[in-house]
Write a protein that binds this ligand. Structure first.
Ligand code: GL1
Ligand code: MG
Length: 217
């Protein structure tokens, strides 16, 4: 059996969710808003533009278009300064083992990320060549929880939705996978990701036997 495995990037493959949080928090400080890690759960998986809209709604701040444009640049400049320093140590535990196993079993592998920085990050950590298809924030018009990014990933791999398995650390991403009719696997806190079909705290908890059950399903 051949299945399509679609991976989110930030917080699933690489430990970059913390950098996004830091950059958003610093921006929030500029408008006297204390942005918490709990609030950050709503940002995970959400596009840059949508993230700023949510932040301004939370802070109850009416920004001009000029302010919004400047802040989107400011956030990304700070984020890029963090990722320029990153190396393979930022790959999350056991991601290489899972990718290697799926490659050995000749499964389809795609990236489905809202980030516009996905390709340079994968290059930086030398994982770009593990993916048969990359769909990122530059390829979609609607953000998760809309399923567009995963639907495009499935199309790129030539797989039907029911044969797709999505790995996600965000609530929005799990909802997107569920709406698309794909198997959703949460990577993170089971209480936060309770809508997922399965949840693992990280890939070290996911055995090759479990991957086999997904392949054979
Ligand atoms: C955008 C947001 C980030 C995060 C990612 C998805 O990334 O800005 O906060 O939600 O999407 O993981 P980027 O700015 O790199 O396009
Ligand atoms: Mg993520």
């Amino acid at each position: 059996m051949k299945k399509a495995f679609i991976f989110d990037l930030d917080g699933v493959i690489v430990d970059t969710a913390k950098f996004h949080y830091l950059a958003w928090r610093n921006l929030a400080k500029g408008i006297d808003f204390d942005f918490t890690t709990a609030q950050n759960e709503q940002f995970k998986g959400v596009s840059r533009v949508r993230s700023l809209e949510i932040l301004l709604e939370m802070a109850n701040y009416k920004a001009t278009q000029e302010e919004k444009d400047a802040w989107l640049v400011q956030k990304n400049v700070e984020y890029l300064s963090y990722i320029q320093k990153m190396d393979q140590s930022e790959i999350l535990p056991d991601v290489p083992r899972v990718l290697a196993y799926l490659i050995e079993k000749q499964q389809g592998i795609a990236l489905g990320s809202a980030s516009k920085n996905a390709r340079p990050i994968l290059e930086r950590v030398a994982l770009l060549d593990k993916f048969h298809a990359i769909v990122d924030g530059n390829d979609v018009t609607t953000a998760k929880p809309d399923p567009e990014v995963f639907v495009k990933g499935a199309q790129a791999l030539g797989a039907a939705a029911k044969h797709c398995i999505v790995f996600e650390d965000s609530i929005a991403g799990i909802q997107a996978a569920n709406t698309a009719g794909m198997t959703s696997i949460g990577i993170g806190d089971a209480a936060v990701l309770h809508e997922a079909d399965h949840v693992f705290s990280d890939f070290t908890e996911m055995s090759n036997d479990f991957l086999d059950t997904l392949i054979q399903k």
